[in-house]
Design a protein around this ligand. Structure first.
Ligand code: ADE
Length: 225
């Protein structure tokens, strides 16, 4: 998979890709991540990427031209399956969207800033709009990092144990069951007996029951899906 991220703040975005699972995925060539500074696609001396709104109103708007130049240049080199715009009014990111995006070959992620982008950017280039939640961030960069993390860990080979992404919370619309490691007793709190039993079928049944119960208690909305 190849991910091209268009941003005015590449330095804000780089560090999540320089540690742990994302770093290893890149080193193992399971994913390529490229950052493109939108200011490199400006035409004026001030490297302007935004301007005031037509019709008046507070806040600057990202102009269509630098974004067009950047996306068009990328598209000259290869086809893209998806051009994603990070925006609070997009579809709220969930596991199902992450699963879908993880199956793509080449994607572009555009990070918004200020009030957002000129509507014509959305009309001309964007194929998917994603929000990471009902709150407004200062820009799309942190959202893009969240999306990339959720997506990259699903690429086959990225996680050590191939099955571990399949047992995450939200796969099958269930939260994950409680988990334990050593010691067996900590300050009087015991690991549930069944997990020590070595009885695979009972352990599986216990985990399913716990996952169901936790989902019912915390996120009953998931059970309606
Ligand atoms: N940009 C600003 N707020 C955002 C959000 N909630 N999700 C994605 N991108 C954003």
């Amino acid at each position: 998979m190849r991910i091209d991220i268009i941003t005015v703040l590449p330095e804000l975005l780089k560090s999540p890709f320089e540690a742990s699972i994302l770093k290893r995925a890149i080193e193992a060539n399971l994913v390529e991540v490229h950052f493109h500074n939108l200011r490199d696609y400006t035409t004026d001396n001030y490297k302007s990427i935004d301007d005031t709104q037509f019709g008046g109103g507070a806040g600057m708007v990202m102009m269509v031209e630098p974004i067009d130049k950047c996306i068009s240049k990328l598209k000259e080199a290869r086809n893209y399956d998806e051009v994603i715009y990070m925006t609070p009014d997009g579809e709220t990111l969930n596991q199902s969207i992450a699963n879908q995006v993880s199956l793509k070959e080449n994607i572009i992620i555009l990070c918004g800033h200020y009030k957002g982008v000129d509507q014509r950017v959305r009309d001309l280039f964007i194929t998917k709009e994603i929000s990471i939640g009902d709150y407004v961030l200062s820009g799309g960069e942190l959202g893009a990092a969240v999306l990339c993390d959720a997506v990259i860990r699903l690429i086959p080979g990225v996680l050590g144990n191939e099955t571990s992404a399949l047992t995450d919370s939200f796969q099958d619309n269930l939260l994950a069951p409680p988990i334990y490691t050593k010691p067996r007793n900590y300050k009087g709190l015991e690991v549930p007996e069944v997990l020590l039993s070595g009885h695979a079928a009972n352990i599986e049944r216990w985990r399913e029951d716990q996952a169901y119960q936790r989902t019912k208690d915390r996120r009953p909305d998931l059970l309606d899906k």
